[in-house]
Design a protein around this ligand. Structure first.
Ligand code: ZN
Length: 294
């Protein structure tokens, strides 16, 4: 009988010990929460908040223009493992309904991180400009939405997510201050862009988007449009055209040559999924802008 009691105690100790070990070590790959996000910046936000508890990926691959992106069967298979789907919203994921209706799992939680953001209207995007993530202050809002989503699907680890969220928001606040200080010293504020990705950024930091080359996706300006853009560029003394890695650059180069100004090839989305880091991406873009505007 005594032996039996000790044996029970031993089993209990082993079970408790195993539980303690499983709590302190990082979860195995199969225990991680799979998080599908639309674009690399949102993937990074999910990784920053989720740490080693999440396995986050981006649906739109690096180098692809999200405005003309098409779903593939591979994406459907990959996303069918996800518990959480993180979207930007404002029409960026025009394919989202299609994706969700084709998923096997009916309980996937969908978070639209633009909810509550004041949308800038009236440009070449139908339904408002979706490029909110390029303003670090709005990015903080998106991070909070992502944290709320993670806490919903994995409430046991809510404290873990909230601690990491607070730390990352502090990093974004520091980034915001650094950008503000850097741009305050620039002698020029006006730019022309190929595609209006930097509108929220410009509004936040006092830059002026004076003209847009591509009036709607796939649009090629005619000679009259080009003449008008050149006139505006000269009138406002624009010092740069912001082109983008995900868009053609030829027209920007032609207009820049005509005005004798720089083409700055910015990257609003990142070009490497594994090495991707939102804060580094923003810093690199600001460094590029400074080459023309400082
Ligand atoms: Zn766009």
């Amino acid at each position: 009988m005594i032996y039996h009691k000790n044996f029970q105690l031993l089993i209990l100790l082993l079970v408790v010990g195993a539980m303690l070990i499983s709590c302190s070590k990082p979860p195995a790959d199969q225990d991680r929460i799979v998080v599908a996000t639309s674009i690399l910046p949102l993937m990074d936000f999910a990784r920053q908040v989720g740490g080693d508890r999440v396995d986050a990926f981006a649906i739109v691959p690096p180098g692809v223009n999200p405005h003309i992106f098409e779903l593939t069967p591979e994406i459907l298979i990959k996303t069918s493992r996800a518990k959480l789907l993180i979207l930007n919203g404002i029409g960026l994921e025009f394919w989202a309904d299609d994706l969700i209706s084709n998923l096997q799992q009916s309980d996937i939680v969908v978070i639209e991180t633009s909810k509550g953001v004041e949308v800038l209207e009236a440009d070449d995007h139908t339904g408002g400009n979706p490029h909110i993530w390029l303003d670090p202050v709005i990015a903080m809002h998106q991070v909070r939405q992502i944290c709320a989503g993670l806490c919903r699907v994995d409430s046991i680890h809510a404290d873990y997510y909230r601690t990491r969220e607070a730390r990352y928001i502090a990093d974004l606040q520091k980034l915001d201050e650094e950008i503000r200080m850097e741009i305050a010293g620039w002698r020029s504020r006006a730019f022309i862009c190929f595609h209006p990705s930097w509108r929220y950024f410009a509004e936040s930091y006092g830059l002026v988007q004076a003209a847009v080359i591509e009036k709607h996706p796939g649009f090629e300006p005619n000679p009259k449009d080009v003449a008008e853009i050149i006139r505006v560029a000269q009138e406002i003394k624009a010092r740069a055209i912001f082109a983008e890695k995900q868009f053609p650059v030829k027209i920007s180069q032609a207009i820049a040559a005509e005005c004798n100004i720089h083409v700055i090839r910015l990257d609003p989305l990142g070009s490497d999924a594994e090495q991707f880091n939102y804060i580094q991406l923003l810093k690199e873009n600001v460094r590029q802008m400074a080459l023309a505007l400082k």
